[in-house]
Structure formats: structure tokens, C-alpha cells
Design a protein around this ligand. Structure first.
Ligand code: ZN
Length: 94
């Protein structure tokens, strides 16, 4: 049996551990919370490409806790939009 090591990360919404490529990494950037693709730069949290998980994370204040500041509603709106684009994008790939 062939086993390849896949790093696992935990989604801040549903708290499930999933293979890292299935999650998006969010970081606190100068423009607010945004997707961070390089994997560098500060503390990041991982989230499923799912508005459900985003809503759960918002309800739990997971982002404010991780980034140690208050998150504005507009930032959440932008994250929602980013997730929507992602969901559409992955459909195209498949
Ligand atoms: Zn999730």
C-alpha cells in the first residue's frame, strides 16, 4: 500500500482535520483578513471552501480569537465573496 504524507490542517469552522490542499489559508493582511496563498507571513488559519464553515467560524469568533482583534463585518463579507469565487473556480477545474 502506497502512502503519501499529506499535511493535515484543522478548519476553524467545523474543526475537522482535512488534507491541507482542501483548505484555504487565511491570514491577517494589511487589507484585512484575506486568503494567503504563499503560506508565509504571519499567523494563518485554515478554512474549508464552505460558507457553512465560515458562518460557524464567525459565530465562534474564531477569527478574532486567532488574530487577536475585532473583525469588521466588511471583512467577513469579503471572505464570503472569496469563498464563493473559490467554489465556482473548483467546479471549473473538475
Ligand atoms: Zn470546515
Amino acid at each position: 500500500m502506497e502512502e503519501r504524507y499529506v499535511p493535515m490542517r484543522r478548519c476553524v469552522g467545523c474543526m475537522r482535520s482535512l488534507p491541507k490542499p482542501q483548505l484555504i489559508r487565511l491570514a491577517d493582511t494589511p487589507d484585512g483578513i484575506a486568503e494567503e496563498l504563499s503560506g508565509r507571513g504571519g499567523r494563518g488559519v485554515y478554512l474549508c471552501v464552505s460558507e457553512d464553515c465560515l458562518s460557524k467560524a464567525i459565530k465562534k469568533n474564531a477569527f478574532s480569537r486567532s488574530f487577536k482583534r475585532k473583525i469588521e463585518d466588511e471583512e467577513y463579507d469579503r471572505l464570503r465573496e472569496a469563498l464563493r469565487l473559490h467554489a465556482e473556480g473548483s467546479l471549473e477545474v473538475m
